[in-house]
Design a protein around this ligand. Structure first.
Ligand code: HEC
Length: 131
């Protein structure tokens, strides 16, 4: 009987110790950085804004939606968006982005219009390179 009580006491103190140690352990492990493995996008409609290419992405968008009013012959608001050098000027001085968020926003039309704008903004942020 007596040794049983002693065993009970040992067991109880072990449980108490565990109750103190477990939360501490959980706290420590919860601070560890969880790294997620990012899968390749499977949805082809997802907008790819990584390393946006001027030649492949930006120029075709400008040619389709902007060039008719902003070329070397007709340059509305004095803006010529023909060729990389001209486009770079407006990319770096902020007017390309501000115009596309403002009065020129609706000129980019059709499927993927939002993505095309995001790609142009990303390209500007990536340094507006002739890539
Ligand atoms: C139908 C003709 C037309 C088209 C198409 C057009 N623009 Fe314009 N754009 C104008 C006119 C007119 C202005 C001057 C009035 C204004 O700012 O709204 C202008 C102004 C601008 C400006 C100067 C804004 C400023 O900073 O003062 C920029 C930059 C510009 N457009 C870029 C673009 C881009 C980029 C596209 C294509 C997405 C585009 N435009 C399409 C007619 C056009």
């Amino acid at each position: 009987m007596k040794s049983n009580l002693k065993q009970n006491n040992i067991l109880r103190s072990m449980i108490v110790a565990l109750m103190l140690v477990l939360p501490a352990l959980m706290l420590i492990t919860s601070c560890e950085k969880v790294e997620y493995v990012t899968a390749e996008p499977i949805d082809p409609n997802l907008c790819d804004t990584t390393n946006v290419s001027y030649a492949e992405v930006i120029e075709p968008v400008l040619v389709e939606f902007c060039i008719e009013c902003h070329n070397s012959g007709r340059s509305d608001a004095g803006v010529n968006l023909e060729g990389y050098d001209n486009v770079q000027t407006y990319a770096l001085n902020g007017r390309l982005k501000s115009s596309m968020l403002g009065t020129m926003n609706s000129y980019v039309k059709g499927e993927g219009a939002d993505c095309k704008k995001q790609q142009i903004f990303a390209w500007i942020e990536q340094g507006a390179q002739n890539n």
